[in-house]
Ligand binder design. Structure first.
Ligand code: NAD
Length: 424
C-alpha cells in the first residue's frame, strides 16, 4: 500500500508514550524504585522485518512487520499478532508492555510481547494472506518458540493465521511444535473455549462489577463497539445473561435499537455477509454516537483511543468494560473517573484470551486436552481472583481500578526482576 492510499490512523496519541507515562504514574502511587521503572519502561527486544509477497496479479509487494518482546522476568513472552493498516512499532511496543502487565495481573507465568504487520487483510486474497503470514513467520523464526515467545490472534488475525504460523514453524523444525502459537483451530491442537475466551473473561468481570455495585445484569442496557472476536461473543454472552444489547458496530456500520438488538440474527448476518451493514431491526447511527449512548454498560471492543478528552465528557454509561486494549486515552480516563463511571481496565477485562492461551500452551506441551467446562471453570477462577485483588486494592488505596490493576501487575514484575537480579 502506498502512503497516499493509507487511511487516516486511529491513533491520535503515541500509544507507547501513553504506556510509559502510565507506568511512571503507577510507580509513583505504588512506590516502585526509579531504577526498576527504567528497566520496565523499555522493551527488551524489537525486531522489524520486511516481508516480500508474490501477489495474485504478478506484482511483488513488500510489507513491514514487527515483533516486540517487552519483558520476560516472569516467563516466556506472550502476545498477539495484529494485521492492520495503522500498525506502528510504537503501537506494538505499547501492546507488548500491556501484555506484560496483563499476564502478571492474572498470575500466569508469561512476560509480554506483541507483533504486527502493516497491511489491510480484508484487501488480501487467502493465498496472499497465507504467503505473507508464512514469510513473516520465517523472518521472525529465531524470535518465537514455545519457551521463548508465543504469538496469538489479535485484530485482523484468527485461527487460520495461527495455523499457518504453527505449520511454518513446525516445517522448519522438522516436527510439530504445538506450543509455538495459541489460538490454533481445534483440529491442530487448539483449546476448547479459546475462541470465546476474551469475551467470556470480560463477561465474568462485568458480572463481578455488577454484583459489587449491587445491581443485576438481567435487563441492563449494553452498547458494544466492534463485532469481531471480542465484541461479537461479548454481545452474545451478555444477551444470554439477560442484558439488553442496544447497540453494536463494526468498522463500517453502527446499529442502535433501544429495545434491544437480536444478537443471534446479527451474528448470522455477519457470518453470511461479512459485515453488519443491512441488518434489519435497528437504526443506523455512527460509531462515535454509539460511544455516547445512554446505557448501563459500554464495551469498546475494537481499537485504541476511541474515547478521548474530546468525547469523554459526553459518555453516559455507568460501567465501561475495556474489551479492546487502550480504548481510553489517559485524559479521557480522568474525565470519566470524575464523572463516577466505573472503568474495568483492559489488562483485567480482556485478560480471558491470554489466560486460555496459557491453558492451550499447557495442554499442547502435555499433549493432553481438557473439557470445555474445565477450561471455562479455570478461567473463571483466575479472572475472578484477579478482579477481587484489583477491587480490594482499588478500595484500600482509594485509587482507580486501572491504577489498582496496573499497580498490582507492575509490583509483581518488579519483584520478579529484583529476585532474578539484573544480569550480569
Ligand atoms: P477482530 O479483528 O476480530 O475485530 C475487530 C472489530 O472491530 C471488527 O468488528 C472491526 O470491524 C471493528 N472495528 C475496526 N475498526 C473499527 C472502528 N474504527 N470502529 C468500530 N469498530 C471497528 O479483533 P479482536 O480480536 O476482536 O480484537 C479487538 C480488540 O480486543 C483489540 O483491541 C485487541 O487488541 C483486543 N483483544 C483481543 C483479544 C483476542 O483474544 N482476540 C484478546 C485481548 C484483547
Amino acid at each position: 500500500m502506498s502512503t497516499a492510499e493509507a487511511p487516516a490512523s486511529h491513533l491520535r496519541e503515541n500509544p507507547f508514550e501513553i504506556a510509559k507515562d502510565q507506568l511512571r504514574r503507577v510507580a509513583d502511587v505504588f512506590d516502585i524504585d526509579d531504577n526498576l521503572v527504567n528497566v520496565l519502561g523499555a522493551c527488551k527486544k524489537a525486531v522489524s522485518v520486511s516481508i516480500p509477497v508474490a501477489m495474485d496479479d504478478g506484482r511483488t509487494q513488500v510489507f513491514e512487520g514487527h515483533r516486540v518482546t517487552h519483558n520476560i522476568a516472569r516467563g516466556p513472552s506472550k502476545g498477539g499478532i495484529r494485521y492492520h493498516p495503522d500498525v506502528t512499532v510504537d503501537e506494538v511496543k505499547a501492546l507488548a508492555m500491556w501484555m506484560t502487565w496483563k499476564c502478571a495481573l492474572a498470575g500466569i507465568p508469561f512476560g509480554g510481547a506483541k507483533g504486527g504487520v502493516v497491511c489491510n487483510p480484508k484487501q488480501l486474497s487467502r493465498g496472499e494472506l497465507e504467503r505473507m503470514t508464512r514469510r513473516f513467520t520465517t523472518e521472525i523464526i529465531n524470535e518465537i518458540g514455545p519457551e521463548k515467545d508465543i504469538p496469538a490472534p489479535d485484530v485482523g488475525t484468527d485461527g487460520n493465521v495461527m495455523a499457518w504460523i504453527f505449520d511454518t514453524y513446525s516445517m522448519n523444525k522438522g516436527h510439530s511444535v504445538l506450543g509455538v502459537v495459541t489460538g490454533k483451530p481445534l483440529t491442530i491442537g487448539g483449546s476448547l473455549g479459546r475462541e470465546e475466551a476474551t469475551a467470556r473473561g470480560a463477561l465474568f468481570c462485568i458480572r463481578e462489577a455488577v454484583a459489587k455495585k449491587e445491581l443485576r445484569l438481567d435487563g441492563m442496557s449494553v452498547a458494544v463497539q466492534g463485532f469481531g472476536n471480542v465484541g461479537s461473543y461479548l454481545s452474545k454472552f451478555l444477551a444470554e445473561d439477560g442484558a439488553k444489547v442496544i447497540a453494536i458496530s463494526d468498522s463500517q456500520t453502527a446499529l442502535h435499537n433501544p429495545n434491544g438488538i437480536d444478537v443471534q440474527a446479527a451474528l448470522a448476518h455477519k457470518r453470511q455477509t461479512g459485515s453488519l451493514g443491512g441488518l434489519k431491526g435497528a437504526e443506523e447511527i455512527t460509531n462515535d454516537e454509539l460511544l455516547l449512548l445512554d446505557c448501563d454498560v459500554l464495551a469498546p471492543c475494537a481499537l485504541e483511543q476511541v474515547i478521548t478528552e474530546a468525547n469523554a465528557g459526553q459518555v453516559k454509561a455507568r460501567i465501561i468494560c475495556e474489551g479492546a486494549n487502550g480504548p481510553l486515552t489517559p485524559s479521557a480516563d480522568e474525565i470519566l473517573e470524575d464523572k463516577g463511571i466505573l472503568i474495568l481496565p483492559d489488562i483485567l477485562a480482556n485478560a480471558g484470551g491470554v489466560i486460555v492461551s496459557y491453558f492451550e500452551w499447557v495442554q499442547g506441551l502435555q499433549e493432553y486436552f481438557w473439557k470445555e467446562a474445565e477450561v471455562n471453570a479455570r478461567l473463571n477462577d483466575i479472572i475472578t481472583k484477579a478482579f477481587d485483588e484489583t477491587w480490594d486494592t482499588y478500595k484500600e488505596r482509594e485509587t482507580t481500578m486501572r491504577f489498582a490493576a496496573y499497580g498490582l501487575a507492575v509490583q509483581r514484575v518488579a519483584e520478579a526482576t529484583i529476585t532474578r537480579g539484573i544480569y550480569p
